[in-house]
Design a protein around this ligand. Structure first.
Ligand code: NOJ
Ligand code: NOJ
Length: 627
């Protein structure tokens, strides 16, 4: 009952504000009330997937976000750094606008992340920093050893941004010592990671392509910029943030090809690069105080709008459910046109992200009281408003109002499409069928719920700004205006970071000990379908268990040198026993004949000499390719 009442009040407020100004009369229908209803379902849906008390997160550690309760086809019952940070960014923003009940969840999250930072994993350890690039863990905060697209370098940047948003609140609310002692040590590790590794390749957010990724680079820039500022507010400094952020912004320009933002570069994969990656990157770096800056691809920038059109159009022809929809209207969108995961379908979070970018852009135009159309985004504008021309439009004129109304209408179209494919329960899965719109893949996907809430908040802010009648509750600025000047020469730099367990936040005090990165090279000829693994007597090596054996990397395997390698962070001054293994294409295993031993050098070796390398050749039975 209570919920119904609240929903009705919220809907009425939105409906009133929508009709308050002449220019803003777009066809809402029941959209405002539908959004209000689904937003509360979505917020609850996200909370249900968070331990320890979430209804669908039984047995999950406190503050840990499960990607989805689905345990088969696909099994998403893990916690991803990216999904978790995006979830808590949304929860912090909701907290900041008055949902005070979320505070204890945020505190649990800080604690969980402090612990996860210390968990050595196949990407590495905390001591070297490399472990922070691990994309996912078990929900009881232990390492996941399976083969995976790793590292993924967006996690630490997103987490830093989320924690900085909360730290700003602490600073304004008497929480200086909590900010300084509890949260900052977690943030500092992540900022150091970004400053050290931003210029190294990694897997994209879809965990498929190794290279440089727009989404990752964009949020890395943001994290370093706000990291420098929050450090100052704490009376400290982040020298690495300051030294690296201009170079990151410089590199970010490489993703623009003159027509759209290319999602992944420096890859061996041939795709158009037209990808939701770029829309998600634009909304994750939206700053309500920014100009329509081209360099940071702000939602209202010419580049980001041109990109939005190219991205949306790439799905018009390929999904059956988009058939017959006019080129000027919204359609269902997915990750990228070439996607084959679950046969490649529209995703709720992608379609909603398009709407969110346009609501963000609207907030910017309304804030600036003007809007410019250039040759770059003219095709976007013409498609939704045929009378559009290159030029400047000022607020208070009918053309300005018409353009904004057209953008808002177009945005609402994406929300309506999603709405058509939400089952009556309001539950959001990951995908909906390209053929008939039924829900597919992981059910109750946390990120889908999150995307609904952030879309609704962005829409609310746009409408409230227009009406000037209620608090717009915009997301906080990250200082984009002071950090959008691109250096004239790009430098491929890096700053060596230092990393420590955030014990005051709950990281185990004995964790995070000094490790050395050891490169194990083994020459082992393999046939196509046969893989080399390594196992041994410690947790890092899988404790002789086949299930936890470390998968080798064949990226440097050539016909002249059959090289497999393993780059593993191992505790300094310890001795390990290990063996290489072959996994045959039928899944069976062949072991090397005898155990090997190796004594890891003392702490500090790596920084002085670079990686320690152990060279060897396979000694044992050779595999036989199936006939
Ligand atoms: C699981 C990943 O999460 C997903 O993004 C990817 O498309 C599939 N694996 C296939 O690589
Ligand atoms: C697959 C998606 O591609 C990836 O971005 C996400 O992190 C995981 N699923 C978990 O939701």
């Amino acid at each position: 009952m209570m919920l119904k009442l609240l929903v009705a009040v919220f809907a009425a407020a939105l409906a009133n504000s929508a009709s308050a100004l002449p220019g803003f009369q777009y066809h809402q229908g029941d959209l405002a009330s539908d959004i209000a209803t689904e937003k509360s379902i979505a917020l609850q849906g996200a909370l249900d997937n968070i331990g320890p008390n979430g209804a669908k997160a039984l047995g999950v550690s406190a503050g840990v976000v499960v990607a989805s309760p689905s345990t088969v086809d696909p099994n998403y019952f893990y916690t991803w750094s990216r999904d978790s940070a995006l979830t808590f960014k949304m929860l912090v923003d909701e907290f900041l606008t008055g949902n005070t009940g979320l505070k204890s969840h945020i505190e649990d999250y800080i604690n969980a992340q402090a612990i996860l930072q210390t968990v050595s994993n196949p990407s590495g350890s905390l001591s070297s920093g490399r472990g922070l690039g691990e994309p996912k863990f078990y929900v009881n905060e232990t390492r996941f050893n399976g083969a995976w697209g790793r590292p993924q370098r967006d996690g630490p940047a997103l987490r830093a941004t989320t924690l900085i948003a909360y730290t700003k609140w602490l600073l304004k609310n008497g929480g200086m010592s909590e900010a300084m002692n509890v949260v900052w040590p977690v943030i500092k590790n992540d900022l150091n990671y970004v400053a050290q590794f931003w210029n190294q390749t990694g897997f994209d957010l879809w965990e498929e392509v190794s290279g440089s990724s727009f989404f990752t680079t964009a949020i890395q820039h943001r994290a370093l910029v706000e990291g420098a500022t929050i450090a100052k507010q704490l009376g400290l400094s982040c020298a690495n943030c300051e030294s690296q952020s201009p170079s990151v912004l410089c590199f970010l320009q490489s993703f623009w090809n003159g027509e759209y933002i290319v999602a992944n570069i420096n890859t061996g994969v041939s795709r158009t690069g037209i990808d939701a990656n770029t829309i998600l990157g634009s909304i994750a770096t939206f700053d309500p105080d920014a100009c329509c800056t081209e360099s940071t691809f702000q939602p209202c920038s010419h580049r980001a709008l041109a990109n939005l059109k190219v991205y949306v159009d790439s799905f018009r022809e390929i999904y059956a459910i988009n058939a017959g929809i006019s080129n000027s209207s919204a359609v269902a969108t997915g990750r990228y046109a070439e996607d084959v995961y679950f046969n490649g379908n529209p995703w709720y979070l992608c379609t909603l992200a398009v709407a969110e970018q346009l609501y963000d852009a609207t907030q910017q135009w309304l804030g600036h009281h003007n809007l410019f159309i250039s040759d770059i985004d003219l095709p976007f504008w013409e498609s939704i408003y045929p009378a559009a021309k290159i030029g400047q439009y000022n607020s208070g004129t009918p053309s300005f109002d018409n353009l904004i109304a057209a953008a808002m209408n177009f945005a609402d179209g994406f929300v309506n499409i999603v709405g058509k494919h939400i089952p009556s329960s309001g539950a959001l899965s990951e995908q909906f069928s390209r053929e008939n719109g039924t829900a597919l893949s992981a059910h109750d996907l946390t990120w889908s719920y999150v995307s609904y809430v952030t879309m609704a908040a962005a829409r609310h802010a746009a409408i409230a700004l227009n009406a000037a009648a209620q608090e717009p509750n915009q997301v906080p600025s990250w200082g984009e205006r002071y950090a959008d000047i691109v250096p004239s020469v790009c430098v491929a730099t890096s700053a060596q970071g230092s990393y420590a367990a955030a014990t005051a936040a709950g990281a185990p005090p004995d964790a995070g000990g000094c490790t050395v990165t050891v490169l194990f090279d083994v020459d082992a000829s393999t046939y196509y379908g046969e893989n080399i693994y390594m196992t041994g007597n410690t947790t890092d090596l899988g404790n002789w268990s086949l299930a936890d054996a470390v998968p080798g990397n064949a990226a440097k395997y050539t016909s002249s040198r059959p090289l497999w390698y393993f780059e593993i962070d191992l505790p300094a001054s310890t001795t390990i026993s290990y063996k290489y293994l072959r996994q045959e294409s039928d899944g069976s295993w062949l072991w090397e004949t005898s155990n090997r031993t190796y004594s890891i050098p003392a702490c500090g070796t790596q920084a002085e000499t670079g990686n320690v390398v152990v060279e060897s050749s396979w000694v044992g039975p050779s595999g036989m390719a199936p006939r």
